[in-house]
Design a protein around this ligand. Structure first.
Ligand code: OSB
Ligand code: MG
Length: 371
């Protein structure tokens, strides 16, 4: 049981080393919502809410998440006893949406439970891997040459999967250029909803470039048109935005809307939901991988622990700290081996890294204590 005594919210601002562009917008600095959860036994953990500044990936933003946690989510748990694996279902019962806000609290509760039991987060989740394969997500670039340069650098660093963000006007030519430069690399593309079913013939040109998958080509809430598109493509479709719950994953499988799922725990309301999606996919022989939201080292810890589950067979968007930040907010920073692997902390209780409190204090622009 967890007795939650207090939740502290903070906003920190971290500039990205390089702006990150997807089809629907650009991010140059991350405004990150961090939560610190304190139980009655003196344990405390940090968690991260992955909502962005703008609602261009999902309807949530850092400001809506703050509001949801402050008004509806934290008040339900502060000053109460409960078990970590019931939080998702309880929140789902009468709070619609706000998955990223819920996830920040729910996953923090899992970390508190791990801390109490002196277990690593990966161990509490049932993770089996000691290291996980790492992929990189490259933002939309101004020219095919600029993209080729970045893809070559990533390949040389050992990344096991290279994801190319695409959008209309910056797609076939860009993918073709990278494939020509890197004939053997594991490549994929991510469109973040930039196309419609009328682009099916255009997208079918991508079949020539041996992509591992194309991620979320169509509408963020669609399953039906993706199923139609999948019947016209040889390249597997992977869904990201469309999969917000285990029910949506089941519908995807039944409809044939794709063959792979990107699981981001923030997008689906946290760990309980992520594990269910993982399990349903596994029962149907469908691989999953862990997506990213330009997390700080705190969010990274939660994603790495999740990616240690057995059906995370494809490399995740789990780049090391130095790919995003001059300096991360955790110690040690997350690193990747020369052959593209990241170690899963299994010998430290909780999230597996220390939080750099002085640095967080210096970066904090907003703070609120709940309870
Ligand atoms: O679609 O996977 C996405 C970042 C922000 C919003 C959406 C996406 C992404 C990424 C980033 O691809 C991956 C990463 O965190 O390295
Ligand atoms: Mg995506």
């Amino acid at each position: 049981m967890i007795y939650l005594r207090q939740v502290e919210l903070r906003e920190v601002r971290l500039p990205l080393r390089e702006p990150f562009r997807i089809s629907s917008g650009i991010t140059t600095e991350r405004r990150i919502l961090l939560a610190q959860l304190h139980d009655a036994d003196g344990n405390s953990v940090w968690s991260e809410c992955v909502a962005g500044e703008q609602p261009n990936y999902s309807p949530e933003t850092i400001d809506t998440a703050w509001h949801a946690i402050e008004q509806w989510i934290a008040p339900r748990y502060v000053g109460r006893s409960f078990t970590h694996d019931c939080v998702y279902d309880e929140l789902e019962r009468d709070i619609r949406g706000h998955e990223m806000a819920k996830a920040a609290v729910e996953m923090g509760c899992w970390a508190l439970a791990a801390q109490q039991r002196q277990l690593a987060l990966a161990g509490l989740l049932g993770g089996t891997r000691t290291e996980v394969p790492v992929g990189i997500s490259l933002g939309v670039q101004a020219s095919p040459d600029a993209l080729v340069q970045r893809a070559q650098a990533a390949h040389a660093q050992g990344y096991r999967k290279i994801k190319l963000k695409i959008m209309p006007g910056r797609d076939i030519e860009y993918v073709a250029a990278v494939r020509a430069a890197l004939p053997d690399a594991h490549l994929m593309a991510d469109a973040n909803n930039a196309y419609t079913i009328h682009d099916a013939d255009h997208l079918a040109q991508l079949d020539a470039y041996r992509l591992l998958m194309i991620e979320q080509p169509l509408d963020h809430s669609d399953l039906v048109q993706h199923a139609r598109l999948q019947r016209q493509l040889r390249t597997p479709i992977c869904l990201d935005e469309s999969i917000t719950s285990v029910q949506r994953a089941r519908d995807m499988i039944e409809l044939g809307s794709g063959r792979i799922i990107n699981i981001k725990p923030g997008r689906v309301g946290g760990y309980a939901s992520s594990v269910r999606i993982h399990d349903v996919a596994q029962q149907h022989g469908m691989p999953v991988w862990c997506g990213g939201m330009l997390e700080s080292g705190i969010g990274r810890a939660y994603n790495v622990a999740l990616a240690s589950l057995p059906n995370f067979t494809l490399p995740g968007d789990l780049s090391p700290s130095a790919r995003y930040w001059e300096q991360d907010i955790v110690i040690p920073a997350w690193t990747m081996t020369g052959d593209g692997m990241m170690r899963v902390p299994r010998d430290v209780p909780g999230i597996g890294v220390q939080v750099d409190l002085d640095r967080i204090d210096n970066l904090t622009v907003r703070r609120q204590t709940l309870g």
